[in-house]
Ligand binder design. Structure first.
Ligand code: H2P
Length: 820
């Protein structure tokens, strides 16, 4: 593909000339960062050709478009991924070698665009990759945060948040598109004017502040198909920069305010997942990017189509969680106020255009805006939500006459609050969960009333991940091995990977597979040595838990078990322990004190364990600083064991679990989220399942009966580990340091509700499953077989499969082929 578009020599010239024109340097004078920039611009040049071609083809064929609306896109680095998808990686690597550069080192110069927190944002990124690869026309719409997810530094075992100025050197892959700027209005009040000529009331927003939303487009390169889609992230600028005439008119304050508003809106991503903080600026961010995106989408539609009623057949707005839910009201505003449609017409169009994905059942994630804030910031939008609510309540009453309970539970506006999930459900034609179990819980519990009223809207779309980033790019050794055995088709059709199953029992294949794992463990061990100064044994079991730090994900259970193992080793030096390296990577939200304390605990345990010569290096604990997409690729490739140990029912799906599986790690996990489907695919013999089921957890939640003290009183191992949290074993200078964690597990003080994550209930079955892990690993052939079967059974978990299901069952998009 690449040879058709450029040859090596042209590419080399292009890199040289970029260095010259961008930096007035020759390539031997340029810094590594400058080389990265020059190479990226050369690659962008190639992408632009395909981008233009794709747009022409879209123009010609006029396919239906999905707008994936998301506050977060956790893209990770683009250079390597773009080269792979252009199928130019090898040739560019060679070209750069000829210039004296190492492509891997150049890739490391790229800032990791971290415009997301965790799974939700990374899912959006995988979806864009799959949409382009499958040949569907799609826009990602989001925010160009100037500071994405913070950089995590570990100082004295504690997390420190450092701002991540990812734009400071300029980001070569983005394209500023001022010609598509949109105005977005906040505040003021709405004046109702009767227009006798039409007999309609017109709603005029006055005394508002506004900002100009400027789109920046990032190319999303499909794999080997010349399709390039667009991720459009919006920046904001003041409408009237400092103007003297404002000053004269006494509007000085307003001018400054608008300037500040514009600056603040896109400044920073809220570092909170599964948690709603109720901050005014967050609602501003939401309306800002939604208003701009919907305006642009409607405008684009109207360029080609005369009748706005056709919108649902040409456009879907997919709401990634409730964060973009103002879409429902903004589209109504455009249709009613600007397109002058009747309410009924507008509602019909809106509810056939919007679709909503739910990503969590965590109560603290539910967005509920106080009416006062919502109506002050978005006065016209609030009026529209009120009217949607009024009509929705009538519908509920018609269905359940006299049932006040239903109104209370389902109203969009209730108790002084605007409930975004209810608005999303009322305004969408599809409501989906992200794994089968999660969708069942939505239908039978969390959203039961809505499901009973409108069952036809509900459906499941089990998450997926892109094998192109998480195998082809992240694990080149295994990718080559897979290709050698089954050909290249898996790259765009992961179901093909099941062909590897016939090698599971083959001794040579097993050895090769384990040898590749070993090479990847060496690569990670080197990274850990360089970044943590800890030496780990690549022959030990690499047991990994990487994901955001949250109590429900239960990193605490993991580290308590490490403490328990350590105690056992000390008490029974005669026992034969298989060497184990427990690897953690996690960011904690800045204000989430308990999560940060868990990080400190992990590091404190690491300090003691790693420096205790008596255990002969058989147990190591590593906390990898600043876990993010780029180091994730290295980590997944090197894992033997994948820790997926959330409290059953709490993890909607998980996607890290899928990345581990693809790379041949065996799961130790609860029957939660997509783990259920993973085990179904690979077989229970090739995973280690433990703990309460989601039904048991829900039963405890509804009927009580969980008493952590029972475990504390009856199990000496558990008591011992818990006592170590408050007797200074891991914090000799401050024995009280981990008291809060102790309390959280036993609830002796903080609240009368026992630990809602049921950590102690699962402790012993977890420890038992870990014993099985160790026993299984001793049988190297058996382990290799299971590892191969994990990779071979991961076909279902490609985001290509997920996207095709969205297309078939929700979006109904048309496939586009770009011809030469
Ligand atoms: C969330 C859920 C995950 C899910 C992911 C994508 C919000 O991600 O908790 O279970 O897989 O969305 O649907 P996370 O916890 O990683 O921030």
């Amino acid at each position: 593909m690449i040879s058709k578009q450029f040859d090596k020599e042209t590419f080399k010239e292009s890199v040289k000339s970029n260095v010259r024109s961008l930096y007035r340097k020759t390539i031997d004078e340029a810094t590594p960062q400058q080389i990265f920039q020059a190479v990226s611009y050369a690659v962008k040049d190639v992408i632009i050709d395909n981008w233009l071609k794709s747009q022409k083809q879209f123009d010609k064929e006029d396919p239906k478009i999905v707008y994936y609306l998301s506050m977060e896109f956790l893209m990770g680095r683009a250079l390597g991924n773009n080269l792979l998808n252009l199928t130019a990686y090898g040739e560019v690597k060679e070209a750069l070698e000829e210039l004296g550069f190492d492509l891997n080192a150049i890739e490391d110069e790229e800032p990791d665009p971290a415009l997301g927190n965790g799974g939700l944002g990374r899912l959006a990124a995988c979806f864009l990759d799959s949409l382009a690869t499958l040949g569907y026309c799609a826009y990602g719409c989001g925010i160009r945060y100037h500071y994405g997810m913070f950089k995590q530094e570990i100082k004295d075992g504690y997390q420190i948040e450092v701002p991540d100025a990812w734009l400071k050197d300029g980001y070569p892959f983005e394209l500023r598109r001022p010609e598509y700027a949109k105005e977005v209005k906040f505040g003021g009040h709405v004046r109702v004017v009767y227009d006798p000529s039409t007999g309609r009331n017109e709603f005029v927003q006055e005394d508002y502040q506004s900002v100009r939303a400027i789109p920046y487009d990032l190319p999303i390169v499909g794999y080997n198909n010349q399709i390039v889609n667009t991720l459009r992230i919006w920046d904001s600028e003041a409408i009237n920069d400092f103007q003297l005439d404002s000053f004269d008119k006494g509007d000085y304050r307003k001018a400054v305010e608008q300037e500040n508003l514009a600056r603040n809106i896109v400044e920073v991503l809220y570092p909170n997942d599964n948690h709603y903080a109720g901050k005014e600026l967050r609602l501003k961010q939401q309306y800002f990017f939604i208003s701009a995106s919907i305006q642009a989408a409607v405008e684009k539609f109207k360029k080609k189509h005369g009748d706005i009623h056709e919108l649902p057949s040409k456009v879907t707005f997919q709401l990634n969680d409730t964060h973009p839910t103002v879409t429902v009201a903004e589209l109504m505003r455009i249709l009613v106020d600007e397109e002058k449609l009747s309410w009924e017409d507008a509602w019909d169009i809106t509810t056939r255009t919007c679709a909503y994905t739910n990503h969590t059942i965590m109560a603290e994630a539910l967005e509920k805006w106080p009416i006062e804030l919502f109506s002050r910031l978005l006065p016209r939008i609030y009026q529209i939500v009120e009217e949607i609510n009024r009509r929705f309540l009538i519908q509920i009453q018609q269905m359940y006459p006299g049932n006040q309970e239903k109104i209370k539970k389902m109203a969009i506006i209730y108790d002084g609050q605007v409930k975004m999930a209810h608005l999303a459900i009322a305004g969408s034609y599809s409501v989906n969960g992200v794994a089968r179990l999660h969708t069942e819980i939505l239908k039978n519990k969390e959203l039961k009333d809505f499901y009973e009223m409108m069952p036809q809207k509900f459906n499941n779309k089990t998450n997926g991940i892109t094998q192109r980033r998480f195998l082809l790019h992240g694990n080149p050794l295994l990718a080559d091995w897979v290709t050698k055995h089954i050909g290249r088709d898996w790259i765009t059709d992961l179901s093909q990977i099941s062909k590897l199953k016939i090698y599971a029992d083959d001794e040579k294949a097993q050895q090769e597979f384990m040898n590749i794992k070993y090479q990847n463990k060496l690569r990670l061990a080197k990274y850990i040595q360089e970044h943590n100064g800890i030496e780990v044994d690549p022959r030990s079991i690499f047991d990994v838990q990487v994901k955001r730090l949250h109590e429900y994900k239960r990193q605490l259970l993991n580290i308590l078990h490490v403490m328990y193992l350590y105690n056992k080793m000390k008490e029974h030096p005669e026992l034969d322990f298989y060497p184990r390296t427990f690897i953690f990577g996690a960011k904690a939200s800045a204000g989430y004190h308990r999560a940060k304390l868990i990080i400190k605990l992990i590091n404190s345990v690491a300090d003691v364990v790693n420096n205790d010569a008596s255990i002969k290096g058989k147990l190591k604990v590593v906390f990898i600083e600043n876990y993010r997409v780029s180091n994730a690729e290295i980590i997944f490739a090197a894992a033997d064991v994948s820790e997926q140990i959330s409290t059953a029912s709490k993890e909607a799906s998980g996607t890290g679990n899928m990345k581990f599986m693809l790379n041949g790690a065996l799961t130790i996990g609860t029957m939660d989220g997509a783990n259920v489907e993973i085990v179904e695919e690979v077989g229970a013999d090739n995973a280690f399942i433990f703990g309460l089921s989601s039904d048991e957890v829900i039963n405890f939640e509804q009927n009580g009966g969980y008493d952590p003290n029972f475990y504390f009183n009856t199990d000496p191992d558990i008591r011992n580990v818990l006592m170590q949290l408050i007797n200074g074993t891991f914090s000799p200078k401050d024995p009280e340091r981990f008291r809060d964690l102790y309390n959280s597990l036993l609830n002796t003080k903080s609240s009368d509700k026992p630990d809602t994550y049921f950590t102690l209930a699962d402790f012993k079955s977890y420890a038992k499953a870990q014993e099985q892990v160790e026993a299984a690993y001793r049988d190297q052939r058996g382990w290799a077989k299971s590892a191969i079967l994990n990779t071979a059974s991961s076909g279902k978990f490609s985001s290509d499969r997920t996207i095709q299901e969205y297309v078939d069952e929700i979006w109904h998009l048309d496939k586009v082929v770009v011809e030469d």
